[in-house]
Design a protein around this ligand. Structure first.
Ligand code: 4AZ
Length: 275
């Protein structure tokens, strides 16, 4: 998170720290969000593994072997280094569902979204609880104030300048959960030549301004906005962006409202919204 502040511990109770076991090396590299006792939502690109690298060129593959991942809930400190918080608990993953339209060859791929089925049921506590899902196909209005939270990079210069989502390789991340208020950027503005020049598809949302953004290591984590009733709703999943906090290059998020029918079809969740 760029331009943010430390969160009050437990204030984003759906926030998950995803552990990936990469060739025996356990690392917490991505965020995710609890949407029910059984289901967690994250970014598809969090499950891309790069190996057999020759210089800059790596072989990419999706690793959806559930035994290579764990979901840590109720955690505030960065799990890498700090270990398990007293309020935290790890859950094994039973199944990973990557969206069929996700294309790992593209750093700005559509459908950068994944569902994780937890093995067992997540126990909810004062610091562990699910986030609301938006109404099917809804879009948060441009200009609405929202929040991104995560353990990602806090210094934009250290992040890759290219729009390459490199989950699994971010070394410099925050030692605690950080949060930043970001504004939703109008879709047309975000697709203008000065911004992303037409690459923002209907299943993406842009949010953030110069100096306020998600960054490497926040991937898969939540973009939440308060709905009319004052409840936080998961409107976005941290996906990609050109750099972090750069002028006219806001963060790009998978638009959760677009994926409600997919989420309902793949899980047993009924978001309660009229289909
Ligand atoms: C990444 O590398 C990444 N500024 C995530 C979010 C953003 C940029 C990069 C948004 O996963």
């Amino acid at each position: 998170v760029i331009g943010g502040q430390e969160a009050v511990p437990g204030s984003w109770p759906w926030l998950v720290h995803l552990q990936m076991d990469r060739d025996g090396e356990k690392r917490f590299d991505c965020g995710a969000s609890i949407i029910s006792g059984k289901w967690i939502i994250s970014a598809a690109h969090c499950f891309v593994r790069e190996d057999n690298c020759m210089g800059e060129l790596c072989h990419k593959r999706l690793d959806t072997d559930a035994s290579h991942y764990k979901a840590r809930v109720g955690q505030h400190r960065n799990s890498d280094g700090a270990g398990l918080d007293a309020t935290a608990r790890d859950y094994p993953i039973r199944r990973i569902i990557i969206h069929e339209l996700y294309n790992m060859a593209k750093s700005d791929s559509p459908a950068d979204i994944a569902l994780l089925e937890v093995d067992g049921l997540i126990s909810f506590t004062s610091v562990v609880s699910p986030v609301c899902l938006p109404t099917a196909r809804s879009d948060p209005p441009a200009g609405q104030s929202c929040v991104v939270a995560g353990w990602g990079e806090t210094i934009p210069q250290l992040a890759k300048l290219k729009s390459v989502p490199l989950s699994g390789h971010s070394k410099a991340s925050s030692t605690v959960v950080m949060q930043v208020g970001v504004d939703i950027v109008n879709r047309r503005t975000c697709n203008s030549t000065q911004y992303y020049n037409g690459v923002i598809s209907d299943d993406m949302i842009c949010a953030g301004t110069a100096g306020k953004d998600a960054c490497q290591g926040d991937s898969g984590g939540p973009l939440v906005c308060k709905d009319a009733a004052g409840a936080y709703t998961l409107e976005g999943v941290v996906s990609w962006g050109e750099g972090c906090g750069a002028y006219q290059k806001p963060g790009v998020f998978a638009r959760v409202g677009h994926f409600i029918p997919w989420i309902e079809a793949k899980s047993d969740i009924n978001s309660g919204s009229p289909a």
